[in-house]
Write a protein that binds this ligand. Structure first.
Ligand SMILES: Nc1ncnc2c1ncn2[C@@H]1O[C@H](COP(=O)(O)OP(=O)(O)O)[C@@H](O)[C@H]1O
Ligand SMILES: [Mg+2]
Length: 212
């Protein structure tokens, strides 16, 4: 009836698949591979930054192998939604986030697969100069595929500073990724890992030149 065909899906009826500090993530019942991340307009700073950054990455043609693919923005008077790929494991289940995953007892080979996947995610960020602004375990989903494991970063993308040089200049980008990654591993992931797992598989050195 309306002249403007906005086609806003009624996601209020959809299943909530996750909640963060700012956004609620709804699963699309008609397409299990899609979700919408919604924030109210008053608290949409993070969403605006992410949308800007996703558009920029899409234009650059980077592969969406370690972050969800971005589809579109859905806006109304009261909310802003980001429609993106929903991360699922190969059997269609919702993956654990990193914090929960590491609380389970893991075998030595699972522990190794975890640190390999960490190195792989870091290589991806550096290779495509994808700059994180918020590296925390709740933003990392662990997808088990066969014997291997992949870590998908679903939130916390894009430089937070006023003029995000590192988004555009690879040299500054790598420096920033290295610094943030080191802090993430040293002050968040490794202490959590050591609290719940035996120590054998903890790598002595996870940073450095990037050769794993
Ligand atoms: N693309 C996605 N696929 C699957 N689950 C997701 C996806 N994006 C977010 N989630 C889930 O929803 C939660 C909240 O989303 P997030 O973007 O982290 O919100 P916030 O910015 O408020 O932290 C996440 O911690 C995760 O569990
Ligand atoms: Mg989050």
């Amino acid at each position: 009836m309306s002249k403007k065909r906005t086609e806003v899906p009624d996601f209020t009826q959809w299943t909530v698949i996750g909640r963060g500090d700012e956004r609620t993530c709804f699963g699309n019942p008609d397409d299990p591979r899609r979700c919408i991340k919604v924030s109210s307009r008053e608290r949409a700073k993070q969403s605006h930054r992410e949308i800007r950054y996703y558009r920029y990455l899409k234009k650059r043609g980077i592969p969406f192998s370690h972050i969800p693919e971005f589809f579109r923005v859905i806006e109304t008077e009261t909310f802003i939604g980001i429609e993106q790929e929903r991360i699922l494991d190969p059997s269609g289940r919702s993956p654990d986030d990193m914090r929960h995953y590491l609380k389970q007892p893991l075998s030595a080979s699972e522990q190794k697969a975890f640190w390999d996947a960490m190195a792989d995610l870091k290589s991806y960020l550096v290779k495509y100069n994808v700059i994180p602004c918020d590296l925390v375990m709740s933003n990392m989903l662990i997808v088990k595929s066969g014997a291997g494991l992949e870590i998908k970063m679903v939130d916390g993308l894009g430089g937070a500073e006023f003029i995000p040089f590192s988004n555009y200049l690879r040299f500054f980008g790598k420096r920033k990724i290295d610094r943030k990654w080191q802090k993430f591993v040293d002050s968040i992931v490794r202490p959590h890992f050591e609290l719940y797992q035996n120590h054998e598989a903890t790598p002595g050195q996870t940073t450095g030149s990037g050769n794993e």
